[in-house]
Design a protein around this ligand. Structure first.
Ligand code: UD1
Length: 423
């Protein structure tokens, strides 16, 4: 196991970094290759642990792939197995994304039921209910979802009780090979969902309402589709994290290869806190604030403020002059980073879904533990400004979603080293 050692900065960060492709766009798109009948070249894939896990799962199902730098060439035609085992699903909940496409293509599959995780219970009931409405027969036995259909899945009208990102993606993929038209009401509008729809649409699947909360998908009645080559969109959460690194160290930092439109809620909050923002079509520069103001945040679905940026903004609120409030509305237990930040001297109070952060307290370097992916990056951010040295342990969480985080921050002038844990 590895940990990161972060030395307090002695001068501001400066420079430009490139943002990688979006993990959360690449995952559903890799799963969508199950629907394809051809070899597909996908570029700008972030080589992070979650992507490697999904590639391994696709390989276990029978797909063939090769990787060169940030591109993957994948051939889904040889897929013949339909079981996503516990071993894989327990390491990555997003493995549930193979459920819709496997069922649509083969008419049966078994996917281990994802358990709870560090940020909350995270059920998949909405995925299952929607598939049942499309004619799937679903049983839960011995920790596995056993799904089958008689004939193809049938187009249906699905109304999601809650906006669910992977739930929408699963049903879009299932609907692509269904018989007839599927309507999804209250669909997720995240840019990652939009890219999935755009790629399927460019591959001949008729989809209306892309980018809205009402999608209409006309299925091919189990005919596999010819998927065109494509490039993964930039990672808006990685981009937001590096903007927070610039902000927390009051530096001028430019991130390039981004889509500023996807960052609107994040940029808005940074400006509210007093930071300057300059934008081009594909880059954003953050400029120091004269006085960092406290912030109020409510996490919500896109285009609102993303829950995946909540922990990083909590770290940032530690330098604000005054009291910030963060209301986490999506996940019931997504405050695991709070107790670690407290160990560094932060003044944060929790009451249910609401965190109150009293900014301006001196932070001290400490040994802290990463508890989930985004919590890990918040601890790194705090480590940049805490006195002395901070060691962030259990960084396998961080490696699930950030490509070379320490390399990118060190290129801006940070001093972060990766070491093996002592036995
Ligand atoms: C995705 C993202 C994750 C992000 C989250 C919210 C991926 C791979 N992961 O996760 O990074 O934090 O969106 O933006 O894209 N829910 C149910 N029943 C269900 C499904 C969801 O109750 O069947 C609830 C969840 O517990 C949660 C809310 O709906 O409270 C939203 O979750 P959802 O959008 O499904 O999150 P994920 O797709 O798992």
């Amino acid at each position: 196991m590895k940990y990161l050692n972060i030395t307090q900065l002695t001068k501001p960060l400066s420079g430009t970094i490139s943002i990688s492709g979006a993990k959360n766009a690449a995952l559903p798109l890799l799963a969508a290759t199950i629907l394809g009948k051809n070899e597909i070249n996908i570029s700008n894939i972030p080589m992070v642990a979650d992507i490697k896990t999904l590639l391994k799962l696709l390989e276990m199902l029978g797909a063939k792939y090769s990787i060169s730098e940030n591109s993957v060439v994948i051939n889904p035609l040889s897929i013949s197995k339909t079981i996503a085992t516990y071993d894989i699903v327990k390491t990555m909940r997003a493995s549930i994304l193979v459920l819709g496409p496997l069922l649509a293509r083969f008419g049966h599959c078994e996917v281990s039921l994802p358990g709870g995780c560090a940020i909350g219970q995270r059920p998949v009931d909405l995925h299952l209910k929607a598939l049942e409405q499309m004619g799937a027969i679903i049983e839960i036995r011995a920790g596995y979802i056993h799904a089958r259909t008689e004939g193809p899945l049938k187009g249906a009208k699905i109304v999601f009780d809650k906006v669910t990102v992977t739930g929408t993606e699963n049903i879009v993929m299932a609907a692509a090979l269904a018989d007839g038209e599927t309507t999804i009401i209250n669909a997720a509008k995240e840019p990652e969902v939009v890219q999935l729809c755009e790629v399927l649409s460019a591959s001949g699947v008729k989809i209306k309402g892309i980018g809205t909360d009402k999608l209409k998908i006309t299925g091919t009645n189990r005919e596999l589709i010819k998927i065109e080559d494509f490039e993964i969109i930039p990672d808006r959460i990685e981009a937001g994290t590096y903007l927070c690194a610039g902000a927390i160290t009051n530096s001028k930092v430019t991130i390039k290869k981004v889509m500023p439109k996807h960052l609107e809620a994040i940029l808005y909050k940074l400006e509210e806190m007093g930071f300057g923002i300059e934008q081009t079509k594909s880059s954003v520069t953050i400029l120091p604030a004269t006085k960092v103001k406290p912030v109020n945040i409510i996490t919500t679905e896109y285009p609102g403020f993303p829950t995946d940026m909540q922990a990083q903004f909590m770290a940032l609120a530690l330098i604000a002059n005054g009291t910030s409030i963060i209301d986490e509305r999506l996940f019931e237990n997504r405050f695991m980073h709070v107790s670690e930040l407290l160990r560094m001297g932060a003044d944060i109070h929790l009451n249910g879904s609401i965190a109150t952060i009293n900014g301006g307290k001196e932070l001290y370097g400490a040994d802290v533990m990463a508890t989930d992916l985004r919590a890990s990056s918040a601890l790194v951010l705090a480590g940049l400004i805490a006195s002395g040295e901070t060691n962030v342990h259990r960084i396998y969480h961080l490696d699930r979603g950030y490509e070379d985080l320490e390399g990118k921050l060190n290129a801006l002038g940070a001093n972060i080293q990766r070491y093996d844990e002592k036995a």
